[in-house]
Design a protein around this ligand. Structure first.
Ligand code: ADP
Ligand code: F6P
Length: 324
């Protein structure tokens, strides 16, 4: 959708927070100011849009945030924005504030909202911000790399204590529908078993792998379980009953959502933020940004949201072989 060049834009973060969102906010504000635009921060996602929680953001308002996790604009979930009445209020508030285009940083739900805004005449660009890496149109989402590194740090620590006691650790990580955190952290952390929503070995296969490891001289074991595939407690009880090994479940929870973003996430946030502003500057809306084969691109929102992706079975099978 091509519209006229914009000189006042807004930015909001929506849905679950993710490390790297601040890098993106900083890039949007700085690049926007550099192009002579006014940039408005909208607090608490679509909730702030409905409640006119708008604040002007200048170059210096984003000092000292590139290295921080979370989002300085705060985030929220907003049921009202899913209704036609809510969206009409949002559009009215945006127009009254003189905001001509928006950048939404969030996941697929937030992008559905961005699409509604574009359809109602507010050119809107989406930046994928979610640790789950569950947006199939892009290789990576903002926050995923940091979350994987947080999980790896936990696996390293768990490995120390499991080895000292000849135990097996079941580490439950985030990922309701997408097992990428489990997959990538499992590969890098040398996990004996990875259990993902898209690839869930049966309990005897899991126990068999752990038994083979033990019988071939392994003194510890790590099972990485994505939350969408079950609960660590349940797996621990079942595996202990079948094998007689001592199993300890650990749920990492929201630790995975915080912390200083890795350089990979700062780079994505910075480059995507600038890319989003450049699109609005050219009068382009209704796009979401991603990265494929290390190249930044943008795609129509509806098209991007249609994409589907399987879990990478090459990584999955290789991880299993490397942990034999
Ligand atoms: P995420 O963006 O991380 O997927 P959610 O699914 O919770 O997170 O969505 C975040 C917010 O986006 C919701 O609280 C709501 O305000 C908005 N949203 C979600 N789905 C829609 C939709 N179908 N239409 C309009 N807005 C939506
Ligand atoms: O950000 C995605 C995610 O971390 C999921 O993996 C997890 O289940 C969920 O968000 C929890 O979010 P909240 O506690 O904010 O509802």
């Amino acid at each position: 959708m091509a519209v006229k060049k914009l000189n006042k834009i807004g930015v909001l973060t929506s849905g679950g927070d993710a490390p790297g969102m601040n890098a993106a906010i900083r890039a949007i504000v700085r690049y926007g100011c550099y192009l002579g635009m006014e940039v408005v921060g909208i607090e608490r996602g679509y909730h702030g849009l409905l409640n006119k929680a708008f604040r002007p953001m200048g170059m210096r308002s984003v000092s000292d945030i590139v290295h921080r996790g979370g989002t300085v604009l705060k985030t929220a979930r907003c049921e009202d924005f899913k209704t036609a009445a809510g969206q009409e209020t949002g559009v009215r508030n945006v127009r009254e504030a003189g905001i001509q285009g928006l950048i939404v940083i969030g996941g697929d739900g937030s992008f559905a909202g961005a699409r509604c805004l574009s359809e109602r005449g507010i050119p809107t660009i989406g930046i994928p911000g979610t640790i789950d890496n569950d947006l199939a149109y892009t290789d990576y989402t903002l926050g995923f790399d940091t979350a994987v590194n947080t999980v790896l740090d936990a696996i390293n620590k768990l490995r120390d204590t499991m080895t000292s006691h000849d135990r097996i650790s079941i580490v439950e990580v985030m990922g309701r529908h997408c097992g990428d955190i489990a997959l990538y952290a499992g590969l890098g952390g040398g996990a004996e078993v990875i259990i993902a929503p898209e690839c869930k070995p049966d309990i005897e296969t899991i126990c068999g792998r752990l038994r083979n490891g033990r019988e071939s001289g392994k003194v510890s074991g790590i099972v990485v379980l994505a939350e969408g595939a079950g609960r660590a407690e349940d797996y621990a009880r079942e595996i202990a009953a079948r094998t007689g090994y001592t199993i300890r479940p650990t749920v990492l929870g929201h630790i995975q959502r915080g912390g200083a973003p890795t350089n990979a996430d700062r780079r994505l946030g910075s480059m995507w933020g600038a890319h989003a502003v450049k699109l609005l500057d050219k009068g382009i809306g209704n796009r979401i940004i991603g990265i494929k084969a290390n190249k930044i691109f943008d795609v129509d929102i509806a098209e991007g949201l249609k994409a589907t992706r399987e879990i990478d079975m090459d990584i999955y099978n290789t991880a299993a072989i490397l942990a034999l």
